[in-house]
Design a protein around this ligand. Structure first.
Ligand SMILES: Cc1cc2nc3c(=O)[nH]c(=O)nc-3n(C[C@H](O)[C@H](O)[C@H](O)COP(=O)(O)OP(=O)(O)OC[C@H]3O[C@@H](n4cnc5c(N)ncnc54)[C@H](O)[C@@H]3O)c2cc1C
Length: 451
């Protein structure tokens, strides 16, 4: 490998599977490398997952949190973007199989960076997914948004009091950052943003229930911040029930392990699952191709330099990698992706050996409502308005693309300083959720009559 490109010799081919935080930072680290980089993703966009809950609650649009990958990388001339699903890895032939609509093709690589992240885990109860969608993709956020706003719409025209109450009950399973953020935002929506929008119902009477089988709210945060978050949520009117396992989910509600009759069965039309994650299925493909070990949640166990044991040409980074019990956080993904990209660039410039990956912990944060967040940044603990300002700054810095930053800042001003939720558009099918399957509305607004 040399730093100068010899026209007679083919360029080093780097394939990056997945363009979330890890894949994008890997690609950027290869910007000036003498390599032919191909980024493959089954989505056409780079998704800023930490703001999905704001999309699901009408604050931000999909365009603001998910710019097209090829636009983000348009100035990186050594990089091309392919739309497709990674469906196979052949570590002997050094190819990955890409599948689009049942048609498969093989893409050769010299170095491979696998960054396909994680998905929702229902802990073996995949049947819950239909009635309690998770929050991992744009599709999920659109689905959840449709169900939340749809519930208020349906409640407005419901004559039966018990059914109206069910429609206005929102159950969120999982009291980690995503669950807390969802609960806080639904509460703000009900108490503030939807004020004066309805005539038959009072949205502020909505019941918002946050459940977790564990004993702690925001378990990964220091106890002082857990207590603050609990107080803030309760002030917003969110019911928080810890030590309460969900044992059943159906179209009408959820069952739990609680002895309290109001909790053992919660009649709730809208359920959101924020309780667990498991590694992307591509991890298993890597394991089968290389003999790498997986941990219990399917993460690929890697060497300290993020390579697969016995395969220095294959890196696994971000949420998919298992290394030193690092958490599934955006910062881990960004830093490990950049590490893999730099390691390949270093080899291409004639360097030997790869340094171990060293994670710099920059802290974590979670918003509770407008102007309230909890954050840890090194030894510093922030909460309330100061915590929220830190959250605002960090998210603006990391949002990809100038256009997105400006648009997002405008949407935040509308939502947080004003009362608006600019992104409330839903279709009939989204409003009906899984119930649409049992009605004539399954085809949404697809009537062709009168054309
Ligand atoms: C709702 C939510 C809120 C979060 N909030 C925070 C937060 O506040 N702070 C924080 O630090 N972290 C947060 N996280 C975690 C953070 O978003 C993840 O750690 C980070 O996105 C992981 O990056 P990644 O690149 O490894 O995976 P991802 O970002 O998941 O990207 C994986 C990419 O791979 C693609 N892909 C998957 N499978 C295939 C396939 N078979 N073929 C082709 N492409 C594929 C996907 O389309 C995606 O683009 C949050 C996560 C969620 C879901």
């Amino acid at each position: 490998m040399t730093g100068t490109h010899d026209a007679a010799r083919p360029r080093h081919r780097v394939v990056i599977a997945g363009c979330g935080f890890a894949g994008l930072f890997a690609a950027r680290a290869l910007k000036h490398a003498p390599a032919e980089v191909t980024v493959v993703d089954r989505a056409n966009h780079h998704l800023f997952q930490p703001l999905l809950y704001q999309m699901a609650t009408g604050i931000l649009s999909e365009g603001e949190i998910a710019p097209p990958i090829r636009d983000v990388l348009r100035r990186q001339v050594n990089t091309k973007v392919l739309f497709g699903e990674i469906a196979g890895v052949d570590a002997q032939r050094r190819t990955v199989t890409i599948e689009v609509l049942g048609s498969r093709s093989n893409l050769p690589y010299d170095s491979l960076i696998v960054a396909t992240g994680a998905t929702q885990s229902y802990f073996g109860n995949d049947q819950f997914a239909r009635d309690a969608p998770g929050l991992k993709t744009i599709d999920d956020a659109l689905e959840v948004r449709g169900r939340i706003f749809g519930a208020f719409e349906l409640a407005e025209k419901e004559a039966d009091a018990a059914e109206r109450e069910r429609l206005l009950t929102f159950a969120i399973v999982g009291a980690g950052p995503t669950g807390v953020e969802m609960a806080g935002q639904i509460a703000e929506l009900a108490h503030r943003s939807l004020d004066r929008n309805f005539r038959s119902i009072d949205p502020a009477r909505a019941r918002i229930v946050l459940l977790d089988g564990g004993a702690k709210l925001l378990a990964s945060f220091p106890e002082s911040l857990q207590r603050r978050a609990m107080t803030d949520l309760q002030r917003l009117g969110v019911e928080v029930h810890l030590g309460t396992m969900v044992t059943g989910v159906d179209a009408r509600g959820i069952d739990t392990t609680s002895d309290d009759p109001r909790l053992s069965r919660i009649e709730a039309r809208t359920k959101v699952w924020a309780a667990g994650v498991e590694a992307s299925a591509v991890g298993r493909l890597v394991a089968e191709a290389t003999g790498a070990e997986l941990d219990r949640a399917g993460h690929v166990k890697v060497e300290p330099d993020c390579t697969v044991p016995g395969h220095p040409e294959i890196f696994v980074v971000g949420d998919l990698m298992a290394l030193d019990h690092l958490p599934g956080l955006a910062e881990v993904a960004m830093q490990s992706g950049a590490h893999a990209g730099r390691a390949i660039a270093h080899r291409l410039s004639g360097g030997t050996g790869t340094r171990p990956f060293k994670y710099r912990d920059l802290g974590t944060m979670a918003t509770i409502s407008r102007f309230r967040a909890v954050a840890t940044i090194g030894p510093v603990r922030l909460w309330g308005f100061v915590g929220w300002l830190a959250w605002l700054l960090v998210h603006l810095v990391f949002l990809t693309g100038f256009k997105n930053r400006v648009a997002t800042l405008v949407s935040w001003t509308v939502a947080f300083v004003g009362r608006g939720r600019p992104e409330r558009t839903i279709t009939l099918r989204q409003a009906l959720g899984p119930e649409a399957e049992n009605t004539d509305h399954a085809a949404d607004s697809g009537h062709e009559e009168g054309r």
